[in-house]
Design a protein around this ligand. Structure first.
Ligand SMILES: O=C(CO)[C@@H](O)[C@@H](O)COP(=O)(O)O
Length: 228
């Protein structure tokens, strides 16, 4: 079932080590098939060097495993919460990529210092808080609920990424490929922002007119203004 989507998700997962976004088995990519209501995700703990398309795991939005010989990624519940809340999301990536994860560990969002950032992300990359002791009981699902809560009144297409404090980044897109593209962009932007602050601790963010110019040139005038 969903053989084509398994191939897509397999290829998208293999982009993570190709772009240096993961080490060992860290990270995972999934994709949603809205017609069937199922999503396909990387199996948990399987090294990318051993990964095959047939290893992908098929899940429904009630967290039932539909197909697959392995357990789904340990982050599956986070992916599931995002798919349930945002019908426009078709693909999700989670990594521990070094620069984005360092910002996540610091608890700071990534300011928009330049046009590279502005081309893809409208404004700051937010960092959502830690989970409470009670929320930790259902860690992955509550991580997803926290992200959903943050983006309730924001445009998830204008800011296709988030940092989870003391954990790492999640990115998304209309499909798995766009979600991976956003993960690569996020890691570059995270690195550039960290270096910007090292070079000049008093660096200032890109002015709004520059942000608008770049974001709307790439995304069209109909794009939403992003965060309130
Ligand atoms: O964040 C973590 C573990 O802390 C996971 O994202 C990472 O190890 C990947 O786990 P999976 O192999 O996808 O279960």
């Amino acid at each position: 079932m969903l053989e084509e989507l398994k191939q897509v998700v397999y290829e998208a997962n293999m982009e993570l080590p190709k772009y240096g976004l993961v080490t060992f088995t860290w990270g995972n990519v999934s994709a949603m098939d809205r017609e069937s209501g199922y999503f396909v995700i990387k199996p948990s703990g399987v090294d990318y060097n051993q990964l095959k398309p047939e290893d992908m795991v098929v899940m429904d939005l009630n967290m039932n495993k539909i197909e697959g010989r392995y357990n789904p990624s340990s982050d599956t519940a986070t992916h599931c919460e995002l798919y349930k809340a945002f019908p426009q999301i078709g693909g999700i990536v989670h990594t521990h990529s070094s620069w984005a994860s360092s910002w996540a560990q610091s608890g700071r969002g990534i300011p928009c210092y330049g046009t590279t950032h502005a081309d893809y992300i409208y404004g700051e990359v937010p960092c959502v808080r830690n989970l409470t002791k009670e929320e930790l009981e259902d860690y992955e699902a509550n991580t997803g609920r926290l992200i959903v809560e943050h983006f309730q009144n924001r445009d998830i297409e204008a800011v296709p990424c988030v940092l989870c404090k003391n954990h790492g980044p999640f990115t998304w897109g209309k499909d798995a490929y766009e979600a991976v593209h956003n993960a690569v962009v996020l890691e570059e932007v995270a690195k550039m922002a960290a270096c910007t602050e090292m070079i000049n601790p008093r660096a200032t963010e890109a002015p709004k007119e520059l942000l608008d110019k770049h974001y709307y040139r790439k995304h069209g005038e109909n794009a939403y203004y992003g965060q309130e």
